[in-house]
Write a protein that binds this ligand. Structure first.
Ligand code: SF4
Length: 212
């Protein structure tokens, strides 16, 4: 896809939603990190339902450790893979207390060294908590970017790298959210709603769905 088209797509995303935000609820950088860890293979809505109660009692690593793994599980048992996620949240809280003065580090490698934190989570935290222009690739970002012709990639990691190359700097800060929201609400996996899509004239997908 040429640069003019890419610019036009992000200009439309920006005009429609100038300040896109994560739909995950949090009250500080630590709870954002926990929410992102809990959101793997779960919906933001489902995670928010669980964390509203949880973050009232545990909004710091110390309080999470005090709550303990079983206490934590009682809040998040409606979220998929909650046993493994509880273990990771407790382990990462311990590491934050012991190695990072209870602060979430503003560093990709340090974030990635935390239990349960992979490339995607580290990039989401750097972007949402610290304002770094990273592009975390989840299922929506991967699908939408390839479908509309921004990139042609086979893996999430390759997609993130390529997106950073093709998306002009001015759009990189919010590109992750715009692509997620577009994929979540319009360019849906099974049946994209092309008939109401604001970027239909620019999209290169050849199987557009033009009727409801
Ligand atoms: S036109 Fe259809 S396939 Fe293209 S971005 Fe819009 S919803 Fe997705």
């Amino acid at each position: 896809m040429n640069k003019a088209k890419i610019n036009a797509i992000f200009q439309i995303f920006s005009d429609n939603n100038p300040h896109p935000k994560t739909e995950l609820e949090s009250v500080n950088n630590y709870t954002l990190l926990v929410a992102v860890v809990l959101s793997a293979q779960a919906t933001d809505v489902g995670v928010n339902k669980a964390t509203r109660g949880l973050f009232k009692v545990a909004d710091t690593p110390e309080k999470m450790l005090k709550l303990g793994e079983d206490g934590l599980k009682s809040y998040i048992k409606t979220i998929g893979l909650f046993n493994a996620k509880a273990k990771n949240v407790i382990a990462l809280s311990k590491k934050l207390v012991e190695e990072y003065n209870s602060e979430v580090p503003e560093d990709f490698e340090k974030l990635k060294s935390l239990p349960g934190v992979g490339v995607k989570t580290a990039n989401v935290v750097l972007n949402c908590a610290f304002g770094h222009p990273t592009i975390a690739v989840d299922t929506h970002v991967f699908r939408v970017s390839n479908r509309i012709g921004l990139v042609k990639t086979k893996t999430a990691d390759a997609t993130g790298d390529k997106l950073l190359k093709v998306i002009p700097k001015e759009w990189q800060m919010h590109a992750h959210h715009w692509l997620i929201l577009h994929g979540r609400y319009i360019c849906k996996a099974r049946k994209p709603e092309c008939y109401r899509c604001p970027i239909i004239a620019l999209c290169e997908y050849d199987k557009k769905v033009l009727q409801k």
